[in-house]
Ligand binder design. Structure first.
Ligand code: GAR
Length: 198
């Protein structure tokens, strides 16, 4: 059985693109990206579908804000299940997935978060790190659980915040760290390393 991966994202999709590039160049292990979905109809992530020859679609989450409506969640579960995923990757997906969704996929849902968790959960984590004056920042890939940004950590990558570094400079460092970490983790999971916490 191939290691089917479905990606969910809400925006730019640079991390989805890093995964697609890794697959294209043979660096994603046994993982096969089978579909991309977005809760934002105009999101750039959806344009990657055509570029990489993958199904990519907007799915109505059923309501504005951070959560799904019950019907919206059921729609996501149904449409994702069609692709028989072994892993669902939240790559810049700005919506909270709740327990019924996680359970529907046996816990096989991971999230990329732009901080060294457990530091700076929630929104604008890089801004939080800058405001706190930390000198080491980074990103985390973790299993998704019902508690926001708090599931078991799979791996992390760090970078330095030098005094006087600009926000765009740090965003560049964050993006580089994420684009390296996420494909590496998906590759390792496709080979059986680490299992969901349930
Ligand atoms: C990434 O920095 C990711 O860590 C963050 O959104 C960005 C998406 O970028 N995710 C979260 O903040 C989740 N709470 P992308 O659309 O270019 O991949």
């Amino acid at each position: 059985m191939s290691f089917n991966v479905v990606i969910l994202g809400s925006g730019r999709g640079s991390n989805a693109q890093a995964l697609l590039e890794a697959e294209r160049s043979g660096n994603l292990g046994d993982a096969r990206i089978v579909a991309l979905f977005s809760d934002q109809a105009e999101a750039r992530i959806l344009s990657l579908g055509e570029k990489y020859g993958k199904p990519a679609r907007y799915l109505d989450p059923g309501r504005k804000g951070a959560r799904f409506s019950r019907e919206g969640e059921a729609l996501y579960v149904k449409e994702i299940k069609v692709y028989e995923p072994r892993l669902i990757v939240l790559a810049g997906f700005m919506r909270i997935v709740a327990e019924p969704f996680i359970k529907a996929f046996g816990g096989r849902v991971i999230n990329l978060h732009p901080s060294l968790l457990p530091a700076f959960p929630g929104l604008d984590s890089l801004g939080q790190a800058i405001a706190a004056g930390v000198r080491i920042a980074g990103c985390t890939v973790h299993w998704v659980t019902a508690e926001l940004d708090a599931g078991p950590i799979i791996d992390q990558q760090a970078f330095r915040i030098d005094p006087g570094a600009s926000r765009p400079e740090l965003e560049g460092k964050l993006r580089a760290a994420e684009h390296n970490l996420l494909p590496e983790v998906v590759c390792r999971l496709s080979k059986g390393e680490s299992s969901p916490p349930f």
